[in-house]
Ligand binder design. Structure first.
Ligand code: ATP
Ligand code: MG
Length: 211
């Protein structure tokens, strides 16, 4: 049995064509099904539906053989125990620093002010600001980072941006680009060796289907 960990929403939707290229079709839709283990047309392949940030953990411990996770999530996780053979080029966005429209970020940084930064991506933010020599107090949030500067919780946020519409709607502006983000295939290192005959054709099919 090959177990593939996916998260609901954009990653599931954008992974479907790649699965199809490997001859794998889910028999249920995670949006309407309450099942967390979804069978596929192949009796030797099943999908598990987990929180996006939990995908690396399931694969690291071998509870799933393969998974699809954003680079944002993988950078926070650290990647231990994971083989990352393929950038799937899906769920593309950018990791950015953003502040309120009125906030003069450049002079705050120039003056060496201590910045309060709210984010779900604490590791990424810590590394980014350490690399610039900017002192920060990091405030861990689990969602809706855009709210933090509006109510005085932080000076800045580190968050994913795609269209920029959410920033605009909340009077925020992006001031720094940290990284381009896309989703990667992750494979359990032991499973790759033990189940190579089943996994290698899937890797080849995914690689052939990546745009
Ligand atoms: P949860 O909603 O359970 O807290 P999440 O917000 O990380 O988790 P999604 O919103 O489904 O889950 O995002 C999954 C992945 O898709 C992210 O890890 C990121 O790589 C990517 N992603 C997030 N936001 C966007 C976006 N606006 N555009 C494109 N890709 C995105
Ligand atoms: Mg989300």
């Amino acid at each position: 049995m090959i177990t593939i960990a996916l998260s609901k929403g954009r990653i599931f939707e954008e992974t479907l064509p790649l699965l199809a290229a490997a001859g794998i079709t889910p028999l249920e839709d995670p949006e309407s099904s309450r099942k967390l283990i979804l069978p596929t047309n192949r009796s030797d392949v099943r999908l598990i539906i987990v929180r996006a940030s939990d995908v690396p953990t399931y694969v690291q411990y071998g509870a799933a053989d393969l998974g699809v996770a954003g680079k944002d999530v993988l950078d926070e996780h650290g990647g231990a125990g994971l083989y990352q053979p393929l950038d799937l080029n899906i769920a593309r966005c950018r990791m950015m620093v953003a502040v309120h429209d009125d906030f003069d970020y450049a002079s705050a940084v120039r003056q060496g002010a201590r910045l309060r930064v709210a984010t779900k991506y604490v590791q990424t933010a810590r590394e980014h600001f350490a690399g610039k020599g900017v002192h920060v107090d990091l405030i861990k949030l689990y969602g809706s980072m855009e709210l933090a500067p509006l109510v005085g919780l932080s000076d800045a946020i580190v968050d994913l941006v795609s269209s920029g519409n959410t920033l605009k709607a909340n009077h925020l502006k992006a001031v720094e680009h940290i990284a381009d983000i896309s989703s990667r295939l992750v494979v359990n290192q032991a499973a790759l060796k033990l189940k190579l005959d089943a996994i290698q054709p899937m890797l080849d099919a995914f690689a052939g289907a990546v745009k």
